[in-house]
Design a binder for this molecule. Structure first.
Ligand code: AOF
Ligand code: ZN
Length: 329
């Protein structure tokens, strides 16, 4: 399963489908074939592994398929992996995470009905690989990462509105790498008007192969701003976070970064629609200027929003703190 997880990582983190890896083992434990999923519309990991084994001239009768995700039981963009495994003569299936999809789930039961033992062996690596995707499928909405950069005293801009270069090069580079892994980046019209961000993913200074959908939320006129350059950006004329996520879900977005400003971040937090926080903290103090989040309607410490599975990472002079906010993510 470790090997299946490792090859699954070669697939894209963005897009409507999860990253999946599959290793086919002979009765004596030798590897007969390997495959991973390269994104929606392409072969599933199992089908790719079967093709790999066939190319090597191997007979798969009685083999064991080790898959990071429960084999699918539906015809989506491609056919059911349950059928492909059965037709190939695979004898046993082991998987690391259960498929939460409405249509695609039930693969293990379908295999067992055909006399092919299939069992879940929960695997931490497989869970990490699919964590955001599984959460989005369970919720029926995109997984939301709220991202901001602030000073030590929680301010995202100075009193005169200047906000560029709060954090340093390493922190900005990290944020660009995260952008390249998601389906969409959403900001409010206020941020577009004050900061005029391009909202593109530029790790290492050059544009990533995958560019997330750029989304402008709100009703104010932002014509002529950089976000509209090159076309393809999306305007959502609503202030309701649920409406924004519905619109993005309809476009098959599974992961979204909400980048601000304070009005937008506050609306998402108030609605309970932030799954994960990425706070880049600079060792600077301003003492005045807007804070990253406004009134959340929380009056007492007991009701504070508390992060779980918190991590911290030094990025140059800055620190990235990540925390999960919703249950079961
Ligand atoms: C698998 N193996 O490698 C993947 C699976 O539209 P499709 O045909 O690509 O199906 C997408 C769904 O299939 C996806 O939502 C998820 O439930 C499952 N993904 N399943 O057995 C794979 N990528
Ligand atoms: Zn499949």
């Amino acid at each position: 399963m470790d090997r299946a997880v490792a090859i699954a990582h070669r697939g894209p983190a963005h897009g409507p489908n999860p990253r999946v890896g599959c290793v086919l083992l002979g009765p004596d434990g030798t590897v007969l074939g390997e495959g991973w999923h390269r994104g929606a519309g392409t072969a599933h990991a199992e089908v790719a592994a079967i093709a790999d084994a066939r190319a090597g001239g191997f007979d798969l009768t009685g083999s064991t398929a080790v898959v990071t995700l429960e084999p699918c039981n539906h015809t989506g963009r491609t056919g059911p992996c349950v059928d492909a495994l059965a037709q190939a003569g695979v004898g046993t299936v082991v998987f690391g995470v259960t498929d939460p999809g409405d249509a695609s789930s039930g693969g293990a039961a379908a295999l067992i009905r055909r006399g092919i033992p299939a069992r879940l062996e929960p695997h931490p690596g497989a869970q990490v690989l699919t964590r955001r995707w599984v959460a989005s499928m369970r919720r029926g909405r995109p997984y939301v990462i709220a991202k901001w950069a602030s000073t030590l005293d929680g301010r995202m801009a100075a009193a005169d509105g200047t906000s560029f270069w709060i954090t340093g090069e390493e922190a900005r580079e990290h944020a660009h790498r995260v952008r390249a892994e998601v389906d969409a980046i959403a900001v409010g019209t206020g941020t577009v008007l004050t900061d005029d961000p391009a909202l593109t993913a530029r790790p290492g200074g050059s544009p990533a192969a995958h560019q997330p959908l750029r989304v402008v939320v709100g009703t104010r006129d932002t014509a002529g701003r950089r976000v509209w350059e090159g076309g393809g950006a999306l305007a959502i004329a609503s202030h309701d976070p649920a409406v924004v996520l519905e619109e993005l879900w309809a476009r098959e977005a599974r992961t979204v970064i909400v980048e601000g400003g304070p009005t937008m971040l506050t609306a998402f937090l108030r609605a309970g629609l932030v799954d994960e926080v990425h706070a880049y903290i600079a060792p600077a103090l301003l003492g005045a200027g807007p804070t990253v989040v406004d009134d959340l309607g929380i009056g007492t410490m007991r009701d504070s929003l508390r992060g779980q599975a918190v991590t911290s990472e030094r990025l140059g002079a800055d620190t990235l703190i990540t925390a999960l906010l919703t249950e079961g993510v």
